[in-house]
Design a protein around this ligand. Structure first.
Ligand code: SF4
Ligand code: URA
Length: 251
């Protein structure tokens, strides 16, 4: 006979296994918005980023990013990584910046951390094509160092405009850099994660809900049950917000 305690631990293990194998059924509305939210008009745009904010499409931004030399990271990259996914995604994931695999391919989250992110997305009943995946800085910092504040500042207008054009319902900020940059705060990620915070694209758009959570690369380094549980709890809140049916309990 299995005790209640053992059974609940087993259930949690199975749930988490399913999380990382994507073995969940998700019902409910398809995660893609039929009608995009309005794009902010020119009067609401900040004068400092006027040039960036006139880009009309994600493809246009991507083309400019691929040629960009606005900060020192432009000189050392192999490929810029504008970000990719559905142009009307209701759910957007934002990381810190490209690593070696991303720099080689010009695509966001295609290395080891990317594999874990893909597993998370699959576990939510979605595919990478349903969502948009991007980064705070679009070029790889040498030796995978943290992006510097002036690099983040130089690159941020691209992300801001991408988010305005996407106008997603939920943004998942992966890790401290993404969360702190988007929320303009110095709070540690451990304090920020787990609760929705309003993210305003512009005064004329309804705000998105931003969920800070741990970066998949951090999760790979500290692959504890507790950390996996925390990220999965965060993703369940995101699913609820998007009207996606929570996964069926196993066992
Ligand atoms: Fe331009 Fe951003 Fe690349 Fe810097 S990191 S060169 S601002 S695209
Ligand atoms: N880590 C990130 O923050 N972004 C990527 O695209 C890949 C790894």
């Amino acid at each position: 006979m299995m005790s209640q305690g053992t059974k609940s631990i087993l259930t949690r293990h199975l749930e988490l296994d399913a999380f990382y194998t994507g073995d969940f059924s998700v019902r409910g509305p398809h995660p893609i918005a039929e009608t995009p939210m309005p794009i902010s008009d020119e009067e609401t745009m900040k004068p400092t980023a006027a040039a960036t904010e006139t880009y009309a499409t994600l493809d246009e931004i991507a083309a400019v990013v691929r040629q960009c030399q606005k900060c020192r990271l432009g000189a050392t990259r192999t490929h810029a990584v504008p970000g990719q996914g559905h142009p009307k995604a209701r759910l957007v994931f934002i990381g810190e910046g490209p690593g070696a695999d991303e720099d080689a391919q010009g695509l966001a989250f295609v290395g080891r951390a990317g594999k874990l992110l893909t597993d998370m997305i699959t576990a939510m009943g979605l595919t990478r094509d349903d969502v948009f995946i991007g980064n705070i800085v679009k070029c790889r910092p040498p030796e995978n160092r943290d992006p510097k504040p002036d690099e983040i500042q130089a690159c941020s207008p691209y992300l801001k405009r991408q988010l305005e054009l996407l106008a997603p319902q939920v943004i998942v900020a992966l890790g401290a850099h993404a969360a702190r940059t988007l929320l303009a705060t110095d709070e540690p990620i451990g304090k920020l994660r787990g609760q929705f915070i309003e993210y305003r694209f512009s005064p004329t758009c309804p705000p998105a809900k931003l969920m800070p959570t741990y970066h998949p690369a951090y999760l790979l380094r500290s692959y504890t049950l507790e950390n996996r549980r925390r990220v999965w709890d965060d993703m369940q809140k995101v699913m609820k917000e998007l009207g996606l049916t929570p996964p069926k309990k196993k066992a």
